[in-house]
Design a protein around this ligand. Structure first.
Ligand code: PEP
Length: 255
Protein backbone atom coordinates (compact mmCIF):
# COMPACT_ATOMS: atom_id res chain seq x y z
CA UNK A 1 0.00 0.00 0.00
CA UNK A 2 1.27 3.47 -0.85
CA UNK A 3 2.44 5.63 2.05
CA UNK A 4 0.52 8.47 0.41
CA UNK A 5 -2.92 6.86 0.33
CA UNK A 6 -4.07 8.52 3.53
CA UNK A 7 -3.37 12.13 4.53
CA UNK A 8 -1.25 12.92 7.61
CA UNK A 9 -2.58 15.26 10.30
CA UNK A 10 0.41 15.85 12.55
CA UNK A 11 -0.06 17.98 15.65
CA UNK A 12 3.10 19.67 16.95
CA UNK A 13 2.17 20.63 20.50
CA UNK A 14 5.51 22.37 21.12
CA UNK A 15 5.97 23.36 24.81
CA UNK A 16 2.24 23.51 25.56
CA UNK A 17 -0.36 21.66 27.63
CA UNK A 18 -0.45 20.42 31.20
CA UNK A 19 -1.75 17.02 32.27
CA UNK A 20 -5.28 18.37 32.79
CA UNK A 21 -5.32 19.83 29.24
CA UNK A 22 -4.20 16.49 27.83
CA UNK A 23 -6.95 14.61 29.66
CA UNK A 24 -9.53 17.14 28.44
CA UNK A 25 -8.23 16.79 24.87
CA UNK A 26 -8.70 13.02 24.91
CA UNK A 27 -12.09 13.19 26.66
CA UNK A 28 -13.38 15.40 23.82
CA UNK A 29 -11.61 13.26 21.23
CA UNK A 30 -13.16 10.06 22.55
CA UNK A 31 -16.67 11.51 22.26
CA UNK A 32 -16.39 11.55 18.47
CA UNK A 33 -17.60 8.26 17.13
CA UNK A 34 -16.87 8.96 13.46
CA UNK A 35 -14.12 6.86 11.94
CA UNK A 36 -10.97 8.71 10.80
CA UNK A 37 -9.62 8.13 7.30
CA UNK A 38 -6.22 9.71 7.85
CA UNK A 39 -3.02 9.28 9.89
CA UNK A 40 -3.60 11.31 13.10
CA UNK A 41 -0.23 11.91 14.74
CA UNK A 42 0.64 14.04 17.79
CA UNK A 43 4.04 15.17 19.08
CA UNK A 44 3.74 16.41 22.70
CA UNK A 45 6.55 17.37 25.11
CA UNK A 46 8.83 14.37 25.74
CA UNK A 47 7.66 13.86 29.32
CA UNK A 48 4.03 13.56 28.19
CA UNK A 49 4.64 10.89 25.54
CA UNK A 50 3.87 7.87 27.78
CA UNK A 51 0.60 9.30 29.09
CA UNK A 52 -0.49 10.30 25.58
CA UNK A 53 0.39 6.85 24.28
CA UNK A 54 -1.78 5.30 26.96
CA UNK A 55 -4.73 7.63 26.26
CA UNK A 56 -4.31 7.34 22.51
CA UNK A 57 -4.12 3.56 22.64
CA UNK A 58 -7.74 3.33 23.72
CA UNK A 59 -8.73 5.50 20.73
CA UNK A 60 -7.17 3.39 18.04
CA UNK A 61 -4.95 4.87 15.41
CA UNK A 62 -3.40 8.02 16.93
CA UNK A 63 0.39 7.77 16.80
CA UNK A 64 2.42 9.65 19.40
CA UNK A 65 5.88 10.89 18.46
CA UNK A 66 8.72 13.24 19.42
CA UNK A 67 9.43 16.87 18.49
CA UNK A 68 13.20 16.49 18.45
CA UNK A 69 16.12 14.16 19.25
CA UNK A 70 19.87 14.31 19.73
CA UNK A 71 22.40 14.51 16.89
CA UNK A 72 24.59 12.04 18.83
CA UNK A 73 24.01 8.31 19.13
CA UNK A 74 24.76 8.04 22.88
CA UNK A 75 27.12 9.24 25.60
CA UNK A 76 27.81 12.38 27.61
CA UNK A 77 25.05 14.69 26.33
CA UNK A 78 23.20 15.82 29.46
CA UNK A 79 19.56 16.59 28.79
CA UNK A 80 19.46 15.06 25.33
CA UNK A 81 17.29 12.18 24.09
CA UNK A 82 18.68 9.63 21.67
CA UNK A 83 17.06 8.03 18.64
CA UNK A 84 17.70 4.63 20.22
CA UNK A 85 15.83 5.64 23.38
CA UNK A 86 12.87 6.82 21.30
CA UNK A 87 12.85 3.65 19.26
CA UNK A 88 13.23 1.50 22.38
CA UNK A 89 10.16 3.17 23.86
CA UNK A 90 8.12 2.27 20.78
CA UNK A 91 7.92 5.84 19.50
CA UNK A 92 7.13 5.73 15.79
CA UNK A 93 8.17 9.18 14.52
CA UNK A 94 10.26 12.24 15.24
CA UNK A 95 10.16 15.80 13.89
CA UNK A 96 13.61 17.00 12.80
CA UNK A 97 14.74 20.53 11.95
CA UNK A 98 11.64 22.51 12.91
CA UNK A 99 12.32 26.18 12.18
CA UNK A 100 12.26 26.89 15.92
CA UNK A 101 15.16 24.42 16.32
CA UNK A 102 16.98 26.00 13.38
CA UNK A 103 16.50 29.59 14.65
CA UNK A 104 16.61 29.33 18.42
CA UNK A 105 18.99 26.40 18.81
CA UNK A 106 21.11 27.14 15.73
CA UNK A 107 20.64 23.71 14.18
CA UNK A 108 21.95 23.71 10.61
CA UNK A 109 21.54 21.35 7.67
CA UNK A 110 24.74 19.47 8.53
CA UNK A 111 23.66 18.75 12.10
CA UNK A 112 20.14 17.89 10.95
CA UNK A 113 21.56 15.42 8.47
CA UNK A 114 23.16 13.56 11.39
CA UNK A 115 19.83 13.47 13.20
CA UNK A 116 17.96 12.16 10.15
CA UNK A 117 20.54 9.40 9.63
CA UNK A 118 20.31 8.33 13.28
CA UNK A 119 16.51 8.42 13.25
CA UNK A 120 16.25 6.30 10.12
CA UNK A 121 18.90 3.87 11.39
CA UNK A 122 16.78 3.44 14.54
CA UNK A 123 13.73 2.68 12.43
CA UNK A 124 11.95 5.92 13.32
CA UNK A 125 9.91 7.79 10.74
CA UNK A 126 11.63 11.16 10.35
CA UNK A 127 9.71 14.32 9.42
CA UNK A 128 12.38 16.65 8.05
CA UNK A 129 11.25 20.31 8.18
CA UNK A 130 12.37 22.82 5.60
CA UNK A 131 11.23 26.32 4.64
CA UNK A 132 12.31 29.83 3.81
CA UNK A 133 12.17 32.97 5.99
CA UNK A 134 10.04 36.02 5.16
CA UNK A 135 13.09 37.85 3.76
CA UNK A 136 14.03 34.89 1.55
CA UNK A 137 10.41 34.66 0.34
CA UNK A 138 10.38 38.37 -0.53
CA UNK A 139 13.72 38.08 -2.34
CA UNK A 140 12.26 35.23 -4.41
CA UNK A 141 14.88 32.72 -3.21
CA UNK A 142 12.46 30.15 -1.74
CA UNK A 143 13.44 27.35 -4.13
CA UNK A 144 17.17 27.97 -3.74
CA UNK A 145 16.83 27.69 0.05
CA UNK A 146 14.63 24.60 -0.13
CA UNK A 147 17.03 22.94 -2.56
CA UNK A 148 19.98 23.55 -0.24
CA UNK A 149 18.08 22.29 2.83
CA UNK A 150 17.06 19.15 0.96
CA UNK A 151 20.41 18.31 -0.61
CA UNK A 152 22.49 19.09 2.50
CA UNK A 153 20.05 17.58 5.03
CA UNK A 154 19.54 14.40 3.05
CA UNK A 155 23.07 13.89 1.78
CA UNK A 156 24.31 10.34 2.25
CA UNK A 157 20.81 8.95 2.77
CA UNK A 158 19.77 6.28 0.29
CA UNK A 159 16.68 4.74 1.85
CA UNK A 160 13.65 7.03 2.03
CA UNK A 161 10.97 4.56 3.06
CA UNK A 162 10.68 6.13 6.55
CA UNK A 163 11.23 9.73 5.49
CA UNK A 164 8.61 12.49 5.35
CA UNK A 165 9.21 16.13 4.44
CA UNK A 166 7.36 19.09 5.94
CA UNK A 167 7.47 22.34 3.97
CA UNK A 168 6.94 25.08 6.53
CA UNK A 169 7.53 28.64 5.31
CA UNK A 170 8.86 30.40 8.42
CA UNK A 171 6.74 33.47 7.67
CA UNK A 172 3.61 31.30 7.97
CA UNK A 173 4.39 29.61 11.29
CA UNK A 174 2.25 30.95 14.11
CA UNK A 175 1.46 34.15 12.17
CA UNK A 176 -1.99 33.42 10.75
CA UNK A 177 -0.50 34.01 7.25
CA UNK A 178 -1.07 30.68 5.55
CA UNK A 179 0.45 30.03 2.11
CA UNK A 180 -2.23 29.78 -0.56
CA UNK A 181 -2.82 26.23 -1.84
CA UNK A 182 -1.32 27.35 -5.18
CA UNK A 183 1.92 28.68 -3.63
CA UNK A 184 2.22 25.63 -1.34
CA UNK A 185 1.58 23.19 -4.20
CA UNK A 186 4.15 24.91 -6.42
CA UNK A 187 6.83 24.44 -3.73
CA UNK A 188 5.71 20.88 -2.97
CA UNK A 189 5.95 19.94 -6.66
CA UNK A 190 9.45 21.45 -6.70
CA UNK A 191 10.37 19.45 -3.58
CA UNK A 192 9.17 16.23 -5.19
CA UNK A 193 11.28 16.95 -8.27
CA UNK A 194 14.36 17.56 -6.14
CA UNK A 195 13.69 14.37 -4.16
CA UNK A 196 13.51 12.45 -7.45
CA UNK A 197 17.18 13.35 -7.98
CA UNK A 198 18.05 11.73 -4.65
CA UNK A 199 15.74 8.71 -4.40
CA UNK A 200 14.25 6.33 -6.93
CA UNK A 201 11.03 6.07 -4.91
CA UNK A 202 10.62 9.82 -4.30
CA UNK A 203 7.02 9.58 -5.41
CA UNK A 204 6.26 7.61 -2.23
CA UNK A 205 7.57 10.24 0.19
CA UNK A 206 4.71 12.02 2.02
CA UNK A 207 5.05 15.82 1.80
CA UNK A 208 3.33 17.86 4.51
CA UNK A 209 2.57 21.58 4.56
CA UNK A 210 2.89 23.54 7.81
CA UNK A 211 2.23 27.18 8.72
CA UNK A 212 -1.04 28.53 10.15
CA UNK A 213 -3.11 25.55 9.03
CA UNK A 214 -6.53 25.44 10.69
CA UNK A 215 -9.97 23.86 10.19
CA UNK A 216 -10.99 26.70 7.84
CA UNK A 217 -8.08 26.48 5.39
CA UNK A 218 -6.97 22.84 5.51
CA UNK A 219 -9.27 21.42 2.91
CA UNK A 220 -7.94 23.64 0.07
CA UNK A 221 -4.38 22.71 0.95
CA UNK A 222 -5.09 18.98 1.17
CA UNK A 223 -6.82 18.98 -2.20
CA UNK A 224 -3.48 19.74 -3.90
CA UNK A 225 -1.85 16.74 -5.61
CA UNK A 226 1.52 16.97 -3.84
CA UNK A 227 0.27 17.91 -0.36
CA UNK A 228 -0.11 14.73 1.67
CA UNK A 229 -0.95 16.29 5.01
CA UNK A 230 -0.33 19.08 7.48
CA UNK A 231 2.13 19.75 10.29
CA UNK A 232 0.01 21.84 12.60
CA UNK A 233 0.96 23.83 15.70
CA UNK A 234 -1.64 26.11 17.32
CA UNK A 235 -4.74 24.56 15.74
CA UNK A 236 -3.77 21.06 16.91
CA UNK A 237 -4.02 21.92 20.60
CA UNK A 238 -7.81 21.80 20.80
CA UNK A 239 -9.43 18.40 20.26
CA UNK A 240 -12.37 19.95 18.41
CA UNK A 241 -10.11 21.61 15.83
CA UNK A 242 -7.77 18.63 15.54
CA UNK A 243 -10.75 16.34 14.96
CA UNK A 244 -12.27 18.71 12.41
CA UNK A 245 -8.99 18.67 10.44
CA UNK A 246 -8.82 14.86 10.67
CA UNK A 247 -12.37 14.57 9.36
CA UNK A 248 -11.54 16.86 6.42
CA UNK A 249 -8.47 14.78 5.58
CA UNK A 250 -10.18 12.28 3.36
CA UNK A 251 -8.11 10.55 0.73
CA UNK A 252 -8.14 12.56 -2.52
CA UNK A 253 -7.87 10.85 -5.88
CA UNK A 254 -4.37 11.25 -7.36
CA UNK A 255 -3.55 10.82 -11.00
C1 PEP B 1 4.45 24.41 13.47
O1 PEP B 1 4.80 24.67 14.59
O2 PEP B 1 4.99 23.50 12.85
C2 PEP B 1 3.38 25.21 12.89
C3 PEP B 1 3.14 25.07 11.63
O3 PEP B 1 2.71 26.07 13.74
P1 PEP B 1 1.32 26.82 13.40
O4 PEP B 1 0.39 25.79 12.83
O5 PEP B 1 0.84 27.33 14.71
O6 PEP B 1 1.62 27.89 12.41
Amino acid sequence: MSRRNLKYIVGNWKMNHKLADIKEFFTTFSQSRAELHCHPWIAPQFIHIPILKELAFTLGNIQVGAQNMSHAASGAYTGEISATALSDMGIPFVIIGHSERRNQFKEDNELLSKKIKLALASDLQAIYCIGETAIEFEKGTTKEIIKEQLHQGLSGISDCHKLLIAYEPVWAIGTGKVATPKIAEDVHAFIRNELAQLFTSANEIPLLYGGSVNPENISGLLSMPNIDGGLIGGASLKAKDFLSMCHQARPFARS
